[in-house]
Design a protein. Sequence first.
Length: 433
Amino acid sequence: MTDKIVELQNAIIASDVPQITEYVINCAIDIESSDIHIEPSEYTVRIRFRVDGILRQIVEYPPSLHSAIVSRIKIMGNLKIDESRIPQDGRVQVDTLEGRELDLRLSTLPTVHGEKIVMRLQDRSRKIPKLGELGIDPHNLKIIKKAIAVPNGIILTTGPTGSGKTTTLYSCLHILNTPEVNIMTIEDPVEIQMDGLNQSQVHPAIDYTFAFGLRTGLRQDPDIMMVGEIRDRETIEVAIEAALTGHLVLSTIHTNSAVSTITRLLDMEVPAFLITATVNAIIAQRLVRKICEKCKKEVELTPVTEKKLHNAISTMNPVQQKKLGLEGKNILLKTYRGEGCEACGNTGYKGRIGLYEVLEMSNQLKDLILKNGTPLEIEKQAIAEGMKTLEHDGIEKILAGITTPEEVYSVARSTEEEIEYEENSEIEKISNK
C-alpha cells in the first residue's frame, strides 16, 4: 500500500492526470475502501478514502490539477464535461489487475472551490455473505430464519445509511432463492446482482417509484418481494396488501431501533391491527469496527465506561446474563484494544461486524401494540422474551474481544441515556398536568 501511495504522489508531482486517477482507484481497492472523496478547498485538494466506515486522508494535490482530474473522471463516467453548475451522477465498470469487476458510482457536486467528486466502489464479484457471517448470533439467527420461512408477512431491517441493511436482506434472499419461487426486487439502485432474481430499478423522474413498482410487481406472480426502502405511507400500504394476499415482503426503513419501527409505522397511520397481522420480525442493525488481531491487547476499563457496561448488563435478559457468566454485581470485565500497526493503518481496527437487535412479533407483543403500549413497555416485554438490544449485542462483542466500548457507544444508545430520557419524559408529563 505504501508503494502505491508513493507512486500516486510521484504522479501528482509529474502532473500526470491519467496516472493520478488510476492510482487513486487502485489504492482504494487495495485497502478495501468503500468510497473515494476528492474535495477541493481554497489552497489544496484532498483525497480521502472511507475505510471501515471512517474517512482517512491519503494525499493532497494543487488546485491547478483539479479541473483536469474532474474532466478525466467525468469522461470515465460518461458525464457532461462542460456542465459544472449542477450535480451529476454516473457509473463506470473497472477491471482490476486481479481480474475483479468493480462498479464505480460517480457523483459530482458543485462547491465554492470547484466540483467535489465521490466515487463508491462496488465489487461485482463479491460473494454474498451468509447470515451467520455477518455477526448475527445463533439466537437472533434462529429468529430471522424462522421469520423468512413463513410464506407471507413483512420483514423489516432498520438502521442509518451504510449500516449493512441491504447486505442482510440479500443474505436472506440467498437462502430463499430456489427454482420453486419467483423473487422480485424493486431497488434504488440495484446494488448487488444475483442470479435467479428479477431485479428492477426505480426511476422517480418518470414516476416509477417504490410504491408503483411494488404494486405493478404484484401482477408478475411473485412469491417473495424485496423493496429497497419504505419511505411513505403508500409504499407501506402496498407492502401490507401484498403480505395479506400471501406474499413475503422484505424491506428497509429508517428508524433508531426495532421498537421505534413500530412507532414509525403508527405515525404513518398504519392501524395497529395491520402491523400485528403482517409484521413477522424487525431487525435493527449497526456496523462497528473490529479490533485488529495483529495488535490487540487487553486494557483496563475507565470507571465511567465500567459503570456504563454494568448498567447495561443489569437490563439484560437473565438467560443472556447466565450465558455470558455475568450474574452478580462484582463482575470483572475484560476488554481489548488495538495498539495500531501497519496491517490496520495504525488505527487499531481492521474490518467491520454487525450489531443486531431482532424483535420477533410474539402474541404478547401483539397484545401490547393493540392496547397502545408505550415503546418502553414494548421493549421491556421484548427483552423479557429474549430480545437483545443493540447495546446488549455490542457488550457481548466487547467481552469477546471483537470490538471496543467506544465503537459500540458510537452507534448504540446506552442504558444510562435511556434512563435519563425516561426521567425527563416523566418530569415533562407532570409539568404539563
